[in-house]
Design a protein around this ligand. Structure first.
Ligand SMILES: Cc1ncc(COP(=O)(O)O)c(C=O)c1O
Length: 398
């Protein structure tokens, strides 16, 4: 057979097949809902509470005021100043606006970072379970995705030892996510220092996805970017998608050491060449003022998590623990003998409840399902009780 050269670069081949299977149950739920069936969705992590009115007002005022031209490639000064001030307040250490690159959300920020740091032949270490888009992000850069297994018994907290065991001479980046989607794990300062010590020894970049930084439920948030001895090797990426319930704004940032910023800007400009100035103005208002809506949002998620977790209290067939942060809980259904995927199909087919199989987030999620806290407490509690009863029935019939 004649060997015709492909008309496409390998990137789309690398990306194909990475997404669809993860979302099969959710997509089936959407189809059934569109056909008129009453379905409860616990699958998607889109904040369901209102964003701050003053942030929306600023976006409209800026749009009407003519802030509609091309923005600066690194970001508008007003946004860079607000992000730097936000991170300086958080860490108690000076962060300069020159260390910030504005991005179209965390996803775009992570893509910019990986394209800047790694290429084919390099390895990116990722604690498993991991956020569903990470495999695609790493594949897009050409680098190799290396999952680092974590254990449910440790609350899915990755340890320095687990990371060190996965390091090879090709390892370049450790991609962390704290608070974690899907596991709810929040890394402590001590854990970050131990992990940081391994990264120092092996000269790895630390890339940290902090999109849930403002949603913690007791465990204090800690970033490697805020640790003075780790800042030079850390790139911290976040957005106002979750904290301010504004995912559609696509408004986020990368914070890094000064020398990295110009390289990130080159890649960011190649992709977008500037964002929307009126959205950047709104992000500045989001980060510079206190908003009652933001406080309500984080206390609502905490309250919902308590309600949902309490539905599983005392069950050995479906075990859930309070997440330390984020918008999800993982339910351990290994006792049923089913995989997370089998159990998720059972829930949609027999109970009209849509959840994400743990396996959608890597091998580490096996035997679990992920529930999103994006529903009223009463709905969550009721769905939780039905999921528990379903798991107990399977367990009892074994
Ligand atoms: C861990 C994690 N990172 C990144 C994102 C995407 O964030 P953004 O809207 O800022 O691109 C999500 C969204 O669900 C997420 O859960």
């Amino acid at each position: 057979m004649k060997n015709t050269p492909s008309r496409f670069a390998p990137i789309s081949d690398r990306l194909s097949g990475l997404g669809a299977a993860k979302w099969a149950v959710h997509v089936e739920g959407l189809d059934r809902a569109a056909a008129g069936k009453k379905v409860t969705f616990l699958s998607i992590g889109e904040p369901d509470l209102p964003p701050p009115a003053s942030v929306l007002d600023q976006a409209v005022a800026s749009m009407r005021g003519g802030r509609l031209k091309y923005a600066a490639g690194q970001g508008e000064q007003v946004a860079l100043d607000a992000i730097a001030a936000h991170l300086s307040r958080r860490s108690g250490q000076e962060v300069s606006p020159d260390q910030i690159v504005y991005t179209a959300g965390t996803q775009n920020g992570l893509c910019t970072v990986l394209m800047t740091l790694v290429q084919s032949g390099d390895e990116v270490l990722v604690p498993d379970p991991y956020y569903a888009t990470y495999e695609g992000l790493v594949a897009a850069s050409g680098a190799t995705f290396v999952p680092v297994p974590t254990l449910p018994e440790d609350g899915f907290h990755v340890t320095a030892k687990q990371i060190e065991a996965a390091i090879t001479p090709r390892s370049r980046v450790l991609l962390l996510n704290t608070p974690s989607n899907p596991t709810g794990a929040v890394l402590s300062q001590n854990e970050i220092d131990e992990i940081g010590e391994v990264c120092e020894r092996h000269d790895l970049w630390i890339v940290v996805d902090e999109v849930y930084a403002d949603l913690t439920y007791g465990a204090p948030f800690c970033s490697p970017f805020d640790r003075p001895h780790l800042r030079h090797r850390t790139l911290a990426v976040s957005s106002i998608s979750k904290s301010h319930a504004l995912p559609g704004f696509r408004a986020g940032w990368i914070a890094s050491q000064l020398e990295v910023t110009p390289r990130l800007v080159l890649v960011a400009e190649a992709m977008l060449f500037g964002s929307q100035p009126f959205i950047e103005d709104a992000l500045a208002v989001a980060l510079s003022q206190r908003h009652p809506e933001v406080e309500r949002l984080s206390s609502a998620f905490r309250d919902r998590a308590h309600h949902l977790v309490s539905a599983f209290e005392g069950s050995s067939a479906a075990k859930a623990r309070m997440p330390e942060g984020g918008m999800f809980i993982m339910v351990d259904i290994r006792e049923t003998g089913m995989s997370g995927e089998e159990f998720a199909w059972k829930l949609i087919n027999e109970h009209d409840i849509v959840v994400m199989p743990g396996e959608s987030f890597g091998k580490g999620g096996a035997g679990h399902i992920r529930l999103a806290l994006t529903n009223d407490a009463a709905v969550l509690r009721e769905a939780g009780s039905r999921i528990r009863a379903a798991a107990e029935a399977v367990s009892a019939s074994r």
